[in-house]
Design a protein around this ligand. Structure first.
Ligand SMILES: [Zn+2]
Length: 132
């Protein structure tokens, strides 16, 4: 793991996210004062400014909000085509991710799956949700 990567994952604001990711749990910040869910993590609630945030496990389910299929690889080790998407989680926050294991249209239901990496914690991808 590179020094820069260690520093990113050691960031106190995001550390809990990556710790949960290692256990394949998708967690989001939730405000104890107003109930707002947010991602990506921040030191305060975007809705009411409170710093009473805690980490709660999300359902891992949502809908495709937007997507784009890419046919030109930014580096030779990346297979094309691949799909970059914004997924709107059932809890509300939107997450930039990849869609894998099938095709999705905007509005389709998706669920999280975890992509293992050698260089760091697994990252959340999404796939079509067979339960719809
Ligand atoms: Zn709040």
């Amino acid at each position: 793991m590179s020094k820069a990567a260690r520093e990113t994952w050691g960031d106190p604001t995001t550390a809990a996210f990556w710790e949960a990711a290692r256990e394949h749990r998708l967690v989001l910040q939730r405000c104890a004062d107003c109930g707002h869910w947010q991602f990506y993590p921040r030191p305060f609630c975007l809705e009411c400014g409170s710093s009473a945030l805690s980490w709660k496990e999300a359902s891992g389910r949502g809908r495709v909000y937007s997507s784009s299929e890419t046919h030109m690889a930014p580096s030779p080790d990346i297979e094309t085509p691949y799909v970059v998407a914004v997924v709107e989680l059932d809890e509300g926050p939107k997450l930039m991710t990849n869609i894998v294991n099938g095709r999705c249209r905007i509005g389709d239901r998706v669920r999280v799956r975890w992509r293992e990496r050698e260089e760091g914690p697994p990252i959340p991808d999404f796939e079509p949700d067979p339960e719809g």
